[in-house]
Design a protein around this ligand. Structure first.
Ligand code: PEP
Length: 249
């Protein structure tokens, strides 16, 4: 059985006051909850870790630098992330690939840095709207998988999140058929590259406008093991039904 994961990416939203949403989420977790991960802004990592305590909710960062330390003003290293009690870090989110011109080779280095610090890397891939329109999705995904995933990828050190860029924050969601096609393709690629023992066990998340009202349908796909959720992870009342839908899938 592959592990299921409901991951929330708060992006650059929230101050200490928003940790109340974590308190609320604790109370709303179903008894059979899958793995739950919240990635708040970096200044909240320590406090978020304290708030979740031993509830099983895991805390992650939204990015890390590929170096352990050094003259990189404004950046945080994977070691620093781990020092907060966090267990995961998102790398290669499309907003960072676009705004900071991060390439597959940068993502690969960040994933390795995450592992070296004992963190699980949530590696994001996904095609642009133009590539989607031009039917280039599978080609783009294949390139990102080949370039972003280090050779030492395992089912415990890595989670892959497929996030079509045109679906992020837009309310547009691919059809279930499209999600199935891409996730089956990713599964086949990683099984070929890493072998069935690893490739069959790496959790694959779908991300892009996942909401309480569409989560159950998305989780019908055999190779969707959870979701990376932006907007709907900010409020416990929105994220809890998504977690419940995953638990029931
Ligand atoms: C994201 O930022 O990773 C994301 C999927 O955002 P949203 O759920 O808001 O589309």
């Amino acid at each position: 059985m592959r592990r299921k994961l409901a991951a929330g990416n708060w992006k650059m939203n929230g101050t200490a006051a928003n940790l109340a949403e974590l308190e609320a989420l604790k109370a709303l977790l179903p008894a059979n909850a899958p793995e739950v991960l919240i990635c708040p802004p970096a200044p909240l990592l320590f406090r978020a870790h304290e708030v979740v305590g031993d509830t099983g909710i895991q805390i992650g960062a939204q990015d890390c630098h590929s170096h352990e330390s050094g003259a990189f003003t404004g950046d945080i290293s994977a070691t620093m992330v781990a020092d907060t009690g966090a267990t995961h870090v998102i790398v290669g989110h499309s907003e960072r690939r676009e705004a900071y011109e991060e390439h597959d080779s940068d993502i690969r280095k960040k994933a390795k840095a995450a592992w070296a610090a004992g963190l699980t890397a949530v590696i994001c891939i996904g095609e642009s709207g133009d590539d989607h329109e031009a039917n280039n999705t599978l080609e783009i995904i294949a390139g990102q998988l080949a370039g972003s995933l280090p050779d030492a990828t395992t089912a415990t050190n890595t989670v892959i999140a497929y996030e079509p860029i045109w679906a992020i924050g837009t309310g547009k969601v691919p059809t279930l058929e499209q999600i199935v096609q891409v996730h089956d393709f990713i599964r086949a690629k990683i099984v070929t590259r890493f072998g069935a023992e690893i490739g069959d066990m790496i959790p694959l998340l779908y991300g892009g406008s996942v909401k309480p009202d569409n989560a159950a349908t998305i989780f019908e796909a055999e190779n969707v093991d959870g979701a990376l959720v932006g907007g709907a992870s900010l409020k416990a009342a929105d994220f809890a039904p998504i977690i419940q839908a995953l638990a029931a899938s």
